[in-house]
Design a protein around this ligand. Structure first.
Ligand code: HEC
Length: 140
C-alpha cells in the first residue's frame, strides 16, 4: 500500500515538473489548426518579398486594432507565431466569421475583447501567407 502511494507521488511530481518546464521554456501549447481551408503550412527560411508585402498589409489593415507589443483593441501580435500554429493564423485570416462562431480559442478571446469580432480582412491565401511571414519575421 505504502509502495503504491510512493509511486503515485513520484508520478504526480514528474507530471508537475514537466508541466512547469513547458511553461517556463515558453513551448507553445496550443497547436490547434483552427477551422478553415488551410490544412498544412510549410515553413522555410523567411521569404523577404512576402515579409515586405505582409508588413504593408499589416500597417494598413491591422495596426488600427493590433500592436506588436502593446495591448490595444485586440491581442498583441509580436510573438503570435510562437503562440499559435501557422495554420491557425492563416485560417483566422481566411475564415474569421466561422472561427468566431466555432473555435474555442477565438470565442474565448472575443469575450476578453468585449465581443468585438475581428472583421474579415478579405485576403486571398497568398496575401494571408505574406501576413504570416511578416508575423514570423517580428517574433523574438
Ligand atoms: C477592428 C479591429 C481588428 C482589426 C482591423 C484586425 N483585428 Fe485581429 N483581432 C481583433 C480582435 C478583437 C481579436 C480577438 C478575437 C475576436 O474578437 O475576433 C483578434 C484576433 C486576432 C488574432 C488571434 C490572436 C490570438 O491570440 O490568437 C490574430 C492572429 C489576428 N487577429 C490577426 C489580425 C491581422 C493579421 C489583421 C489584419 C489583416 C487583423 N487581425 C485585423 C481585432 C481586429
Amino acid at each position: 500500500m505504502k509502495k503504491t502511494l510512493k509511486y503515485f507521488v513520484l508520478l504526480a511530481s514528474m507530471f508537475l515538473v514537466t508541466g512547469s518546464l513547458v511553461a517556463i521554456a515558453g513551448i507553445p501549447q496550443d497547436k490547434s489548426h483552427g477551422i478553415g481551408p488551410v490544412k498544412t503550412v510549410e515553413l522555410g527560411p523567411l521569404n523577404k518579398k512576402w515579409v515586405d508585402e505582409g508588413r504593408g498589409i499589416f500597417n494598413t489593415q491591422c495596426i488600427v486594432c493590433h500592436d506588436l507589443s502593446q495591448k490595444k483593441l485586440a491581442p498583441i501580435l509580436g510573438n503570435i507565431t510562437k503562440q499559435r500554429s501557422p495554420e491557425f493564423i492563416m485560417n483566422l485570416l481566411l475564415n474569421s466569421a466561422q472561427m468566431q462562431k466555432e473555435d474555442p480559442t477565438i470565442k474565448a478571446l472575443m469575450k476578453e475583447y468585449n465581443n468585438l469580432p475581428m472583421p474579415d480582412p478579405l485576403l486571398n491565401q497568398a496575401k494571408a501567407r505574406s501576413v504570416l511571414e511578416y508575423l514570423r519575421s517580428v517574433a523574438k
